[in-house]
Write a protein that binds this ligand. Structure first.
Ligand code: GLN
Length: 489
């Protein structure tokens, strides 16, 4: 690869080039900033571009490298989903409500990456408060899919996915409450990992549904996902749900062969909701894993079909509680003309939130209200437990579960906006891992109608090593993850 290919290199390749002094951090950073200035108009992947800051950090990084003091990620550019608080930099969650919010601190994920030497180049577009599957609920307008600008990149982390797919950033953060890393990763042809609930600190990640939210990454390879996770995972005193489980070096175990590994296929995921063309491509991907010595076993998960309705009760309930803090007094947008306090709240929230967020808050408030709590919220929690037990039973027989990430490839912008249920069904295969708190990733595994689709790998709790290993081994014998959209070569 030559310097004109900087935007196509993985983080690991860029790192090796920095170490060998073939490239400087400034060169790399400026090359991504140039691509952003040339192409962000058509993609709308970024809400904020931190150009000056990034250049001055890259100059500092080059000095650090020259002194031989580089850390693991020194000098590498990176984008953050605009849901991670960034000290002194606008953090909007793609909502009018937070369109003027400048946090006074960094999220733990942001801080740990900064401490490892990463350079932030901007904040990416997303669905408002991470609610959506198409990146069309953003106050800042939709993101387009680099494979075809008339299509959705998926959501809610659509900006991060599109940025990595189009080579505007070598890697980016995302968050996944019901699929928001894996689904857009699949629809844009990149690698996306959602770690185990509690593996990565949620401190400074603006909350949607606290028992489901988990931060993770978009990358060009499983190797890069392992590199980033090794820096960011681990206990955080600011997040009581973060885990003290020791953090391995994820980059070490990815090289192990997958011979003898048992891979389960959820029977139900191949029976209903999956397009025939996707199924064919997936079968090839599974054959490739089989050719590397993995044993493929069918598993039965009788309750998995209840994931979507269960999620929309639990997630909406938690969001109605989390979003009650936006009252116009402490954060963000504030109505100007009002008669009394109630009018002030209602105008502030009426003006500040978009319609999907309002729909979730209303659904959540309803399922938590007296008289409906037992029938909906409590029932959903019980079903959530049954789904977790399905996974527990499955993992007694297999090491990893593999299957589809999405039912079909990317869909046209606007196609599902008038039908929320149809939109919600796009997460039919991803939500289970969130309900059970399991680590899961999506890797590119082929094309349907010239559009990328993803293979989902789900691991046991804290089993990131095994999914990253399967992902990396698969990427050693396939090149789907190296395909780039024609217009962004
Ligand atoms: N698409 C799902 C939703 O709209 C999941 C979102 C997410 O993972 N943040 O809630």
């Amino acid at each position: 690869m030559t310097t004109s290919d900087i935007h196509r290199m993985t983080l690991s390749q860029l790192k090796r080039n920095l170490e060998a002094k073939n490239l400087s951090s400034r060169e790399i950073t400026e090359s991504f900033l140039k691509r952003i200035s040339e192409t962000n108009k058509s993609l709308n992947a970024f809400i904020t571009i931190t150009e000056d800051l990034a250049i001055s950090h890259s100059v500092e990084a080059d000095e650090i490298i020259a002194k031989g003091k580089a850390k693991s990620l020194t000098g590498l550019p990176f984008a953050h989903k605009d849901l991670f608080c960034t000290d002194g930099i606008l953090t909007t969650c793609a909502s009018k409500m937070l369109s003027n919010f400048v946090p006074p601190y960094d999220a733990t994920v942001v801080k740990r990456l900064k401490d490892a030497g990463i350079i932030m180049i901007g904040k990416t577009n997303m669905d408002e408060f991470a609610m959506g599957s198409s990146n069309e609920t953003s106050y800042y307008g939709n993101v387009s899919n680099p494979w075809n600008l008339d299509l959705s990149p998926g959501g809610s982390s659509g900006g991060s996915a599109a940025a990595v797919a189009a080579g505007l950033a070598p890697a980016a953060t995302g968050t996944d409450t019901g699929g928001s890393i894996r689904q857009p990763a699949a629809l844009t042809g990149v690698t996306g990992i959602k770690p185990t609930y509690g593996r990565v600190s949620r401190y400074g990640m603006i909350a949607f549904a606290s028992s489901l939210d988990q931060g993770g990454f978009f990358t060009k390879s499983s190797e890069d996902a392992a590199l980033l996770l090794t820096e960011v995972a681990g206990l955080d005193e600011f997040d009581s749900t973060s885990s003290a489980e020791p953090v391995p070096d994820y980059t070490a175990s990815i090289n192990n062969s997958i011979k003898g590994i048992k891979i389960g296929l959820i029977k139900q995921h191949f029976e209903e909701g999956l397009d025939e063309a996707n199924k064919k491509v997936l079968e090839e991907a599974l054959k490739a894993l089989g050719s590397q010595g993995a044993e493929i076993i069918e598993i039965d998960m009788p309750n998995i079909g209840l994931s979507v309705p269960t999620y929309y009760v639990v997630a909406s309930a938690e969001c109605s509680s989390n979003l009650s803090r936006y009252d116009g007094i402490r954060f963000g947008h504030r109505a100007e003309n009002f008669n009394d306090l109630t009018d002030f709240y209602s105008k502030t929230r009426g003006e500040g939130f978009g319609s999907e967020v309002k729909r979730r808050i209303m659904t959540g408030t309803y399922v938590l209200s007296a008289g409906y709590y037992d029938a909906y919220y409590l029932k959903a929690q019980k079903v959530r437990q049954l789904i977790s037990e399905d996974f527990k039973n499955a993992f007694e027989k297999v090491n990893v579960i593999a299957g589809p990430t999405t039912p079909s490839p990317a869909f046209p912008l606007g196609a599902k906006m008038d039908d929320p249920i149809e939109m919600y069904l796009n997460d039919i295969f991803t939500i289970g891992a969130n309900l059970a708190g399991l680590p899961a990733m999506s890797i590119p595994c082929g094309f349907v109608n010239d559009l990328p689709i993803g293979l989902q790998l789900i691991g046991k709790h804290f089993g990131e090593e095994s999914i990253l290993q399967c992902g990396h081994q698969y990427q050693q014998i396939t090149d789907w993850h190296q395909q780039v959209p024609e217009d962004f070569k």
